[in-house]
Design a protein around this ligand. Structure first.
Ligand code: HEC
Length: 485
């Protein structure tokens, strides 16, 4: 048996707190290498890569470098993996593996914890904020920092910006880069993937100052707190929201804290499109027209139902539904060329998709999918079926896309008309080439490792802006891509 040693490459945390500094230049940031006995945890490593990495990151190190919630003793690790925490999005693997596998996985995780401890995890001060990909050279400028999970961005006519933070705050970013707290936001359940989520302006914002916020609304029962996706309409006056009104609540409420969807986008038709995830109940929700979950909805600006929605006259159907069979759309935008709504959505393990949203169509989840289940179980053998839409693109492995934007204007010559998606999982900005409404060629990757990219938008000034999650080593915030070629 040949004995090779595995090289574990650690991502060096990049210090973001010093404004714009970050760099992907590998020669500057040689990662340390650690030798591991490959036979010891070979099986566990394979299980981790195939089954756990979709949620916990590519590498064991990214997973173990955490504050442990349920304990890191061998017994508690095995307990977590076996039983899962279904409400928080951690599946149970009881039936997927043997006792030996559980033992080995726990040891593998513990070994990873030791590695992290041994490493002198120093923050590296980087000297450059220049990023280069095949066709782009850009300078990354920090616009706002100290926002842990920036979720929604909206550009005001006066070049100020509104930014939601998932924990439950809304900020106005002044042109002098200070963040002002906006009062009057809804109470949110900031747990799991829930919180204060997207924001969009009314198409006539300049005149009426109306904004829309999506969020995880909650309802307390005797024993538990239930949550769902809601949309609040409000008027922005100074640094306050007034005339708040919930114009959309996705029913039913559920006990889970994931797959809220929540992107907001006005169409050229003046209607508000809202994405709602299936809340972790794929069996019941996305294919049924009698609930709100796993759908794209279309409403009037006051929350009433447009009479040309596809299911308004179908008894038992929710009239705001515009399309169905979705899993968890985390990006939604308008294609400026065609006026169509495009979304990207998270698949299970593999099978993230980009879809063009068309009236009354079924996007197939979970009947057809290019992904398989987290515990390795097949969800469906079908990737295509009559009466169900095909994605314009799918990603395997999953990149966990969040935020989506078409490149407009002429500031980014090599990316004109292209499509950008943030990646939460691989921490980069993804560029797809588009020709005649189709995605062609290989993706291009920029801003690798800068952090979980939560959102991407074109500003009114023609620049691309990204919202990046913070982590223990750097402060999250909003960054602007200044083209250098
Ligand atoms: C569908 C996404 C998903 C997959 C796949 C997944 N996990 Fe998890 N896991 C989670 C989430 C979310 C949590 C946090 C639960 C919470 O906060 O209550 C978690 C928590 C855990 C914990 C407890 C962490 C702590 O802080 O105490 C362990 C251990 C764990 N996962 C191991 C694994 C292993 C091993 C695998 C693969 C066999 C795996 N997970 C696969 C989503 C996932």
């Amino acid at each position: 048996m040949n004995k090779t040693s595995y090289q574990i490459i650690l991502l060096i945390p990049i210090l973001f707190s010093n404004i714009t500094s970050c760099n992907t230049n590998k020669s500057n940031n040689q990662p340390p290498h650690i030798e591991l006995d490959e036979n010891k945890h070979k099986n566990a490593k394979v299980i981790f890569e195939n089954t756990c990495s979709g949620c916990h990151g590519e590498r064991i190190e990214t997973f173990v470098d955490r504050k442990w919630k349920y304990g890191k003793s061998k017994d508690s690790l095995i307990e977590s993996i076996k039983n899962g925490y279904a409400d928080a999005g951690m599946p149970s693997f009881k039936s997927a593996f043997s006792e030996d596998d559980f033992n080995e996985l726990a040891e593998y995780i513990m070994n990873g914890i030791e590695i992290i401890k041994k490493l002198d995890f120093k923050d590296v001060e980087v000297k450059s904020n220049i990023f280069i990909s095949e066709s782009q050279k850009i300078q990354l400028d920090t616009i706002a920092k100290g926002i842990k999970v920036p979720w929604g961005m909206a550009f005001l006519p006066n070049n100020e910006m509104l930014i939601t933070e998932r924990a439950g705050k809304l900020y106005k970013l002044k042109s002098n880069k200070t963040l002002i707290n906006i009062d009057g936001v809804p109470d949110v359940v900031a747990e799991g993937q829930g919180g204060l989520l997207d924001i969009t302006l009314h198409p006539d914002f300049s005149d009426n100052h109306i904004i829309y916020l999506s969020y995880a609304i909650f309802k307390k029962t005797d024993s538990i707190t239930l949550a769902t996706t809601a949309v609040m309409k409000a008027k922005l006056v100074g640094n306050n929201l007034i005339d708040q009104q919930n114009i959309f609540v996705a029913l039913p409420f559920s006990r889970t804290r994931h797959h809220f969807g929540s992107r907001l986008q006005f169409g050229n038709d003046g209607k508000l499109y809202i994405s709602v995830g299936e809340r972790g109940n794929e069996k019941e929700n996305p294919q049924s027209l009698s609930n709100f979950l796993g759908k794209i909805h279309r409403i009037n600006d006051d929350g009433s139902i447009p009479q040309d929605n596809p299911f308004v006259n179908q008894t038992g159907s929710i009239p705001s539904i515009y399309s169905y069979g979705h899993r968890n759309p985390q990006g939604m935008t308008l294609n400026p060329r065609t006026g169509e709504i495009w979304v990207n959505e998270h698949g299970p393990r593999g099978g993230d998709e980009i879809n063009i949203i068309r009236k009354g169509k079924n996007y197939g989840w979970p009947i057809i999918t290019y992904g398989i289940n987290y515990d390795g179980k097949i969800i469906s053998n079908l990737t295509k079926k009559d009466g169900m839409e095909q994605p314009v693109k799918y990603w395997t492995p999953s990149i966990a896309p969040s935020g989506i934007a078409f490149v407009t204007g002429d500031k980014y010559k090599n990316w004109e008309g292209g499509l950008l998606s943030g990646s939460l999982r691989f921490r980069y900005l993804n560029h797809s080439k588009i020709r005649t409404n189709k995605i062609i060629g290989e993706d291009e990757i920029l801003l690798r490792n800068i952090g979980r990219i939560r959102n991407v938008k074109m500003g009114n000034d023609g620049f691309i802006y990204v919202a990046v999650d913070g982590s223990k080593n750097w402060s999250g915030g909003i960054f602007k891509l200044v083209p250098l070629n």
